[in-house]
Write a protein that binds this ligand. Structure first.
Ligand code: PGA
Length: 253
């Protein structure tokens, strides 16, 4: 089964709109001709400008979060339709920083996934266990619950539009990457959950990305794993040279 390969940069709360356009200008020539989906999840305020700068290039711009309502009296929130109009093609949902710092539950993440699909924005659903959960032998149980709950009631057709990202919480921003074997085991488990939910054909077609302290030194080995279809890169995506170097490791898949 040939799956789409992705590198996704998650800028978090870094870079103004001007910095975003400088970055894209630097990145474009470095990744020219790469046969790979190159996504950048930028801050809300950079989406429109980044989208217009990325036009005619292979770089796809998206968001890092959205509200689950179509619209409404939710001060400070942002709706999928607003992101879509600004140019966002995809959105990260359920990132562990959202779950941990902003109290997003599996139910909230589920509602956001449903809304993103309705608003025609490709969801990248992030799941992952904490160190405590892993140490207690509960990693698989947690992953299964996160995936099952977030994707409850989603049709096979909609499921084929989404991307899953496995990001062990203990590896995000810590410099600790899961070993390729550990990551592959988790990905293979997530793959089985997707097959259980959507059947073999769709379950095997969904790309699963690994995230958590990925850098230019670790990407090649990570990408060599059978069930790893790309990477979600935080800190190391902030520099276009490093991001392009990681992308170069992803094109051989
Ligand atoms: P990191 O972040 O690469 O800095 O660990 C990954 C993420 O948060 O998606």
């Amino acid at each position: 089964m040939v799956r789409e390969v992705y590198i996704v940069g998650n800028w978090k709360m870094y870079k103004t709109a001007r910095e975003a356009t400088d970055y894209i200008e630097k990145l474009v020539p470095k990744v020219e001709g790469f046969k790979l989906n190159i996504y950048l999840a930028v801050p809300f305020t950079s989406i429109a400008q980044a989208t217009s700068f990325a036009k005619q290039t292979q770089i796809v711009i998206g968001a890092q979060n959205m509200n689950d309502a179509r619209d409404g009296a939710f001060t400070g929130e942002i709706a999928g339709l607003m992101l879509k109009e600004a140019g966002a093609s995809f959105v990260l949902l359920g990132h562990s920083e959202r779950r941990r710092l902003f109290h997003e539950t599996n139910e909230i993440v589920h509602k956001k996934v449903v809304r993103a699909l309705q608003d025609d924005i490709q969801p990248i659903l992030c799941v992952g266990e904490t160190l405590l959960e892993r140490d207690e032998g509960k990693a698989e149980e947690v992953l299964k619950e996160q995936i099952m709950h977030a994707l409850e009631g989603i049709s096979k057709e909609d499921a084929s539009r989404l991307i899953l990202a496995y990001e062990p919480v203990w590896a995000i921003g810590t410099g600790k990457t899961a070993t390729p074997k550990m990551a592959e085991e988790a990905h293979s488990f997530c793959r089985d959950v997707l097959i259980e939910l959507f059947g073999k054909k769709v379950g095997q077609s969904i790309s699963i990305l690994y995230g958590g302290s990925v850098n230019a030194d670790t990407a090649l080995q990570i990408m060599a794993q059978k069930n790893i279809d790309g990477v979600l890169v935080g800190g190391a995506s902030l520099d276009p040279d490093t991001f392009a170097a990681i992308a170069a490791h992803c094109i051989h898949k």
